[in-house]
Design a protein around this ligand. Structure first.
Ligand SMILES: [Fe+2]
Ligand SMILES: [Fe+2]
Length: 156
């Protein structure tokens, strides 16, 4: 791996780190609202997701340090305001689809830079994000089938 390659990939890893930190905060914020609205089971799922994103934070920050670069933890992460359960699912889905799209381009960039270690990390995280998308698509389809009332009733 060249010096330029390391430079390029570490920037992508820091972008990914920022996305993951944002995701952790978004899931925790969603969970807090869901608890406030009385949907404790849905809140628990959001907390579980937050932990999974936290693992991604660890993977990316460890890799950045391995490359002798500085992991950026101090950026301002903007989260989306949400007002309903449907809002939360929509927000999460767009966040996860964005992660899948972004990591696919980063995976290619890692290959171009011959950074196979970072490539493997992005690939593993991509697979996790794909499963997050699948889970959200299932929830979205369930709401479509049984309606929001039926969906919320099933979560109790
Ligand atoms: Fe993630
Ligand atoms: Fe995710």
């Amino acid at each position: 791996m060249s010096v330029e390659g390391t430079e390029k990939v570490s920037k992508l890893l820091n972008k990914a780190l920022k996305m993951e930190l944002t995701a952790v905060k978004q899931y925790l914020y969603n969970a807090a609202l869901l608890r406030d609205w009385g949907f404790d089971n849905l809140a628990k799922i959001e907390v579980k997701e937050a932990y999974e994103e936290l693992e991604h934070v660890n993977k990316f920050s460890d890799r950045i340090l391995f490359l002798n670069k500085n992991p950026k933890f101090d950026g301002p992460e903007r989260i989306k305001k949400v007002n309903s359960v449907e809002d939360i699912i929509k927000c999460n889905l767009s966040m996860e689809l964005d992660a899948v799209k972004t990591y696919k381009t980063f995976i290619k960039a890692c290959l171009d830079s011959k950074d196979y270690g970072s490539y493997k990390i992005f690939l593993d995280v991509l697979i996790d994000e794909e499963s997050h998308v699948e889970h959200l698509m299932k929830q979205k389809n369930l709401i479509k089938t049984v309606g929001i009332e039926g969906f919320l009733h099933a979560q109790e």
